[in-house]
Write a protein that binds this ligand. Structure first.
Ligand code: FAD
Length: 490
């Protein structure tokens, strides 16, 4: 989930189906910044409103077009919003961009900048503090030929990713034995991700529901690529005491199961494919006919269910990820192409001190401790999700999309994956040094000249993919540090 390379983890943003390096962007919600009395350790020392101007600049810095995450900007008569009751569910737009901006464009800009020196193949392994422990004097590096060198500076900004930021602080233990900024034993704690959950399948009331569904697939509008997702409304979150969550609605192409069979039976067992195909055809015929007999109705459901069982079994053994999304909405306009709507969710995880990054026993190639991660998906986060999904089901059915069959496992949500590579929280932001590693300016508490950039500073993670917020906070930090330099007459 991390890439030690110029451009960082942006190198990983490859969409398997198109080979393009693409990434989704969305800001955190207003409620994500607030202290929620049902959620211990929630509350940012800054508000969404304060961060908004930086989100707008981050949007441009990420190479995106029209700055709007509101569905009203993007919906139209041909691609309308689903009219959810806003007291429960609202729609939010996600933007898509390419990783090239980080791996190429900024590389060129940095390379040609007269006031920037870049050292590649240089791994920082320690920040050295003076004898008071309150000021960093240098950063120590090692290169692949095991040559050590150091860099001194007036200000230091640690921006090595959500896990590595904590590791470097913990490894910097010459003066402060527990590591830098770790007087209150917080560095590395509160690790959060966005667990990806399989919610269930919507059996549509009729095929007509698919056509006005374009807004929920990735589509190009002007120069922008956008996609709508239903999210929990602020009112619902507050009323029910929930964590945040978003829902992906993925119309499933009737060919999907056959494509997936190729993964399950790479040798090409065509008879399996043929018999599933005949079963599907029969079930559709039965459904299309006048189902006045319960037995026939039951048979039709069993056969249609076969599709789903097959899909789920295959999903467990192959990471099909966005392959499904690629079908949609390129194939829209042909409602016959889809049979059900698959629902996934990426959800907020409660910040818990026991979920943490530690220095492990194993060593990296330079002899420095590798990271050990203790992480679990706690009971509150799981039960909050079950409640949210159950409320979402009701709204889906109320707007007449169809019946959402929830797929909990003995009442528990079914994880597709515990991590979608969003490592947050390990150097959390709080005004009180007893509750956070950095302050509202992302400065490490108790150290005059050390700042942190990245999702490790997030006290809570909402449902939002973190990069837009990382960039917004980085721009805000750059302004702050520039301000300091002006004040100090650099
Ligand atoms: C497959 C995948 C898909 C993703 N999709 C999305 C998405 O759609 N939307 C989204 O918002 N986020 C997504 N993410 C998460 C996103 O990649 C990260 O949130 C983001 O890259 C973090 O940025 P960063 O600059 O803080 O860290 P990184 O991108 O990890 O960059 C850290 C940099 O620090 C350098 N570094 C690390 N350690 C050291 C060291 N010891 N010494 C010197 N340099 C060091 C690395 O070389 C790298 O250049 C995805 C992640 C993955 C893996």
């Amino acid at each position: 989930m991390r890439t030690r390379q110029f451009g960082g983890t942006a190198h990983q943003w490859v969409d398997r189906s198109t080979g393009k390096k693409i990434i989704r962007y969305v800001p955190l919600e207003e409620v994500d910044f607030e202290e929620r009395d049902w959620l211990p350790h929630s509350g940012w020392p800054i508000t969404k409103k304060e961060l908004d101007p930086y989100y707008e600049r981050a949007h441009a810095a990420c190479g995106l077009g029209v700055y709007s995450y509101e569905p009203e900007t993007w919906s139209s008569q041909v691609s309308p919003q689903i009219a959810f009751d806003k007291n429960f569910i609202v729609n939010r737009m996600f933007h898509f961009g390419t990783g090239d901006i980080f791996t190429q464009n900024y590389r060129e800009l940095i390379q040609s900048a007269p006031n920037v020196n870049t050292f590649l193949y240089a791994s920082v392994y320690e920040l050295v503090a003076d004898e008071t422990g309150k000021r960093i004097t240098k950063a120590r590096f090692i290169n692949p030929s095991r040559k050590h060198f150091w860099v001194s500076a007036k200000q230091f900004i640690l921006a090595t990713g959500g896990l590595e930021n904590a590791r470097i602080l913990l490894m910097s233990n010459q003066v402060q034995k527990a590591g830098l900024g770790n007087d209150n034993n917080l560095v590395g704690r509160f690790l959060m991700d966005h667990p990806l959950v399989r919610v269930g399948v919507i059996q549509p009331t009729s095929r007509d529901v698919f056509n006005p569904f374009r807004l929920y697939g990735i589509q190009k509008i002007g120069q922008d690529e956008v996609q709508a997702k239903p999210i929990l409304s602020k009112e619902l979150i507050k009323r029910e005491g929930l964590l945040n969550a978003n829902f992906f609605l993925l119309p499933r192409h009737y060919l999907t199961q056959f494509n997936l069979l190729r993964y399950l039976f790479p040798e090409g067992k065509s008879y399996v494919s043929k018999s599933v195909s005949s079963a599907m055809a029969l079930s559709r015929k039965l459904r299309a006919g006048n189902l006045d007999s319960d037995a026939i109705k039951h048979l039709a459901n069993v056969l249609l269910g076969l599709d789903d069982v097959l899909f789920f079994q295959t999903r467990k053994s192959v990471n099909i990820g966005r392959e499904l999304e690629a079908f949609w909405p390129q194939n829209s306009g042909s409602e016959k192409a889809f049979n059900v709507i698959q629902v996934y969710s990426s959800t907020e995880q409660a910040p818990r001190p026991e979920n943490r990054v530690l220095l492990g026993e194993e060593k990296d190639r330079f002899g420095y401790p590798k990271i050990q991660i203790n992480w679990h998906w706690d009971e509150f986060s799981r039960s909050s999700f079950v409640k949210a999904a159950t409320l979402f089901k009701k709204q889906i059915e109320l707007v007449g999309l169809g019946k959402l069959n929830l797929e909990f496992d003995k009442g528990d949500p079914q994880l597709v994956t515990p991590s979608i590579h969003h490592n947050m929280g390990t150097t959390r932001m709080h005004d009180n040094p007893k509750q956070g590693v950095v302050d509202a300016n992302c400065k490490v508490h108790g150290i005059a000249n050390l700042f942190i950039a990245g999702s490790s500073t997030f006290p809570t993670g909402g449902y939002a993919n973190p990069t837009l917020t990382i960039v917004a906070l980085a721009i805000r930090l750059a302004d702050h540090v520039k301000g300091l330099h002006k004040l100090q007459g650099f």
